[in-house]
Design a protein around this ligand. Structure first.
Ligand code: C5P
Length: 219
């Protein structure tokens, strides 16, 4: 359990939600707090790695000198920031809860209320993890997350294959105290060589340590 196993390594971590603009004062978003991604960035940095943390809008701070934080708002900006650094990194951990869709025609002015129903047309965002999965070289590690409400393991395995991930972290939604917003999480790590390891409910800082141990073992 020696420290600084990741000296001279560089990781990309994506964290938090993305906000997709409807008009100047409104957006589509989700409840991701960024806590899991920030804990991972912190743990990677603590073990000696240089970290580029690409974060959507969150109310978290990070202080570690090894972490370079890049703040973004939308999925499109997050993808660009991830692509900008990906060729330089030894691995990427895709922890962000990226919006699947964005308003197709964001309004320049605040949309006025009327009595009528309204519809917002959406278009699909690119899958950032899958983009990086296509670019990935043999020397790069790609880690994703999955949050499933049914057929958890088989859906997570499909996702790992489809996105060309080396391993995937399955967040349990069965347990209270796991997932969005809270300080704790309960995970299963599924690897591409078909191993599954279940972990106990613990603090996200501790969960980050388990995930980083898997990263270190996989490098
Ligand atoms: O397909 P799904 O959204 O469930 O996959 C989750 C995984 O893919 C997470 O690692 C997430 O960060 C990543 N992802 C992404 N870009 C998207 C959607 C998901 O990087 N547009």
């Amino acid at each position: 359990n020696g420290k600084k196993k990741l000296l001279n390594k560089h990781f990309l971590v994506t964290a938090g939600p993305t906000h997709e603009k409807i008009d100047p004062v409104r957006f589509i978003g989700n409840y991701s707090s960024g806590k899991m991604g920030f804990a991972l960035a912190e743990e990677l940095a603590e073990q000696g790695a240089k970290v580029t943390l690409v974060s959507g809008p969150v109310s978290l701070k990070c202080y570690h000198p090894n972490i370079k934080r890049v703040d973004v708002v939308s999925a499109e900006e997050m993808k660009q920031a991830a692509l900008d650094v990906f060729s330089e990194v030894d691995g990427a951990v895709m922890c962000a809860a990226v919006a699947d869709y964005r308003p197709k025609y964001p309004a320049d002015q605040k949309i006025k209320r009327t009595a009528a129903d309204m519809t917002i047309e959406l278009e699909a965002n690119d899958d950032i993890a899958a983009c990086l999965g296509k670019l990935k070289t043999e020397n790069q590690l790609l880690v994703g997350f999955a949050l499933e409400t049914q057929d958890e393991k088989s859906n997570a395995l499909d996702k790992m294959k489809r996105k060309n991930l080396d391993f995937i972290v399955l967040n349990s939604l069965q347990d209270k105290g796991a997932g969005f917003g809270v300080d704790t999480n309960k995970i299963t790590i599924l690897t591409k060589d078909n191993k599954a390891v279940d972990f106990q409910l613990k603090m996200k800082t501790e969960v980050a340590r388990d995930i980083v141990a898997q990263i270190t073992a996989s490098l």
